[in-house]
Ligand binder design. Structure first.
Ligand SMILES: [Zn+2]
Length: 301
């Protein structure tokens, strides 16, 4: 039996992204993770220990939330085939934000999926501005060119097959970070789960003195909005917290023995704790704004 650890925020260990930036310290193949199911019709096919790429089977075609690194794309493609699908089944790529670790695969997957006519690439308008401005810039990491074909509108859910995906602009990690909320029903048990992906939990961009805060044009007001957004969203009854980076819910230590058993990921606390943990991490960086702040959700060890 796999030992149950707590699903919670864990400081990132040396992971895929670091290995890409610093070849001397690690090899990419040391960071491979299996494909695992997180909800009745959802799998993480990213294949690495850093950033998730969620495949959603709508019944009328596939959607992908984030695309991972160029260098791990072969794992993602392998996982698509092993699940019995083809890249040409992918009709929509939804990006949480413009950063390269989430978007490097976007154009490559779109090409494998049959090009623009067959596969859309979605992003927020706010992040598209940064994406265009930073296209040639390698900080914080290179972005491979891709063309955004569709923009999110929070009053207009993305409807595709069995899924109705509500988007929510959640700035902080970038100005245009977008979070996703949708229900997924298991036909065998009749149970419906509320699933959620937060668009960006990296808090460096919201800490005074961090170079990423300036480069992302994040103002103190945006950081404070991130805090209040997280506190508000922590109250949502999310059953399955699909973290965009594996460390945000300590997935590596929680990998289920049966990789097809998504019920392993159903909890009543993971989403709440991740929201509050990240809000508190930002609050700790602004003592003048939050003088009475005391942390309530510590990182897991
Ligand atoms: Zn990012």
């Amino acid at each position: 039996m796999t030992e149950t650890k707590r699903f919670g925020y864990k400081k990132p260990k040396f992971r895929m992204g670091n290995a890409i930036r610093d070849w001397k310290k690690g090899n990419l193949w040391e960071h491979i993770e299996p494909c695992y199911r997180v909800a009745p019709h959802v799998w993480n096919i990213g294949g690495n220990d850093d950033v998730a790429s969620y495949l959603l089977d709508s019944g009328e075609g596939l959607m992908l939330i984030d695309t991972g690194y160029e260098k791990t794309l072969y794992l993602l493609v392998k996982n698509i085939y092993e699940l019995g699908y083809k890249p040409t089944d992918i009709k929509k790529i939804l990006l949480t934000h413009w950063h390269g670790d989430h978007s490097q695969g976007a154009r490559l997957i779109q090409e494998l999926a049959g090009g623009k006519e067959n596969c859309e690439i979605w992003l927020s308008k706010e992040d598209e501005a940064m994406h265009l401005e930073k296209a040639e810039d390698d900080f914080p990491m290179p972005v491979l060119p891709y063309e955004t074909t569709n923009f999110y509108s929070d009053d207009e859910p993305i409807k595709f097959g069995r899924f109705t995906i509500k988007t929510r602009l959640t700035p902080g990690h970038t100005l245009g970070c977008t979070s996703f909320f949708f229900e997924d029903t298991d036909e065998e048990t009749g149970k419906t789960y509320l699933c959620a992906v937060h668009g960006g939990m990296g808090t460096g961009t919201m800490k005074p003195g961090n170079p990423m805060m300036e480069s992302e044009k994040v103002t103190p007001e945006v950081a404070f909005r991130f805090v209040s957004d997280c506190i508000e969203m922590s109250k949502l009854p999310v059953d399955i917290n699909m973290s965009s980076h594996l460390n945000q819910t300590n997935v590596d230590e929680n990998m289920p023995e049966d990789l097809n058993d998504y019920t392993w990921f159903v909890t009543d606390y993971s989403w709440h704790d991740m929201m509050i943990n990240r809000a508190e991490d930002v609050m700790a960086a602004w003592p003048e704004k939050y003088p009475d702040f005391k942390p309530t959700v510590p990182n897991v060890e």
